[in-house]
Write a protein that binds this ligand. Structure first.
Ligand code: PSU
Ligand code: MN
Length: 298
């Protein structure tokens, strides 16, 4: 594993570090915005007093903390694979490159001792999963990796209710950030409610430390809604989503290709509306994650 000097030093000195995933850059956001967004997210973390650690596998090496050239490779190299946890080893052994999902980013970050991780939306149970069995590996990963994950819930391309049920089954605590409304990614309220919320980063740090001392192995999910004024029009989202689900079926798009396909269609057909919302929520999550990392490191 290649941990950047800056990240390694911060970890050694117990200074706050925030892990960032690379699939959102390589497969979730369109070029050329993806590169500038990746840089902006890192800047948000830095400005809040933490060190950003974007994670990816580059030319067969697991990299934690990327320089500008490496970040540009993630954003622009069309051959970047999408790596779940099961894909890491063969990507390394073949000396090729891939972007890490929530699951594999959390896995690698935890190995390095990083406590906090920011992303946009989690993977979850897909609509129609009772027939396809398509449930993101993010769920079972979060059931065995003790890291704090800040996200804006899950996209409405997923079955939100089923995803919340699975998180409960796997003992993964989900806290709304200052609200019990579970966010719907680029929509500020998914329509589903949580049972617990947290109101300060100090409270999150307390919960994290209690769980660590007592060897709880699950992640802690913090669900932060997008600001209402930044949200994507729910009606337009539904129209494009229905079109996308139909198209995916007709073109036999399955497995890990589904999420990138639906996201790309959404960005393309909403004239940039979904993209704007996506960027706003990711930056907001990076900020909260940095504040949490600072609180935990105290
Ligand atoms: N949320 C986004 N953009 C993304 C993803 C989530 O806003 O690109 C990615 C994350 O990396 C997540 C993955 O872990 O999609 C889930 O994919 P799947 O459903 O194939 O497990
Ligand atoms: Mn899937």
């Amino acid at each position: 594993m290649k941990i950047s000097l800056e990240v390694a030093n911060a970890l050694k000195n117990n200074e706050p570090v925030v892990a960032l995933e690379s699939t959102i850059i390589a497969h979730g956001l369109p070029k050329p915005d993806n590169f500038s967004v990746a840089q902006e997210i890192e800047k948000v973390v830095r400005d809040a007093g933490a060190i950003p650690a974007t994670i990816a596998v580059l030319n067969g090496e697991i990299c934690v903390g990327l320089d500008t050239t490496q970040l540009s490779q993630v954003a622009n190299d069309a051959s970047m694979l999408k790596l779940g946890i099961r894909d890491i080893a063969h990507c390394v052994s073949r000396k090729i490159s891939g972007a890490t999902t929530v699951a594999s980013t959390a896995w690698i970050a935890n190995l390095c001792g990083i406590t906090t991780f920011a992303t946009g939306g989690l993977g979850g149970v897909h609509k129609g999963a009772s027939e396809t069995f398509d449930e993101s590996g993010d769920i079972t990963a979060l059931a065995q990796i003790p890291i704090v994950v800040v996200s804006s819930g899950v996209k409405s391309i997923l079955d939100v209710a089923a995803t919340l049920e699975r998180l409960e089954t796997w003992h993964v605590p989900v806290y709304g950030w200052q609200t019990l409304d579970f966010p719907g990614f680029w929509i500020f309220d998914s329509g589903f409610d949580l049972t617990e919320k947290v109101t300060s980063v100090a409270e999150i740090a307390d919960i994290y430390k209690f769980r660590k001392v007592n060897h709880f192995k699950e992640a802690i999910l913090i669900a932060q809604p997008i600001k209402k004024e930044d949200q994507f029009d729910p009606k337009l989202e539904e129209i494009i989503l229905n079109k996308g689900l139909q198209l995916a079926k007709e073109n036999s798009i399955t497995g890990k290709a589904v999420t990138p396909f639906l996201l790309a269609l959404m960005h393309e057909q909403s004239q940039g509306q979904s993209l704007k919302a996506n960027i706003a929520l990711v930056k907001n999550n990076a900020l909260l994650a940095a504040q949490i990392a600072v609180a935990i490191s105290k």
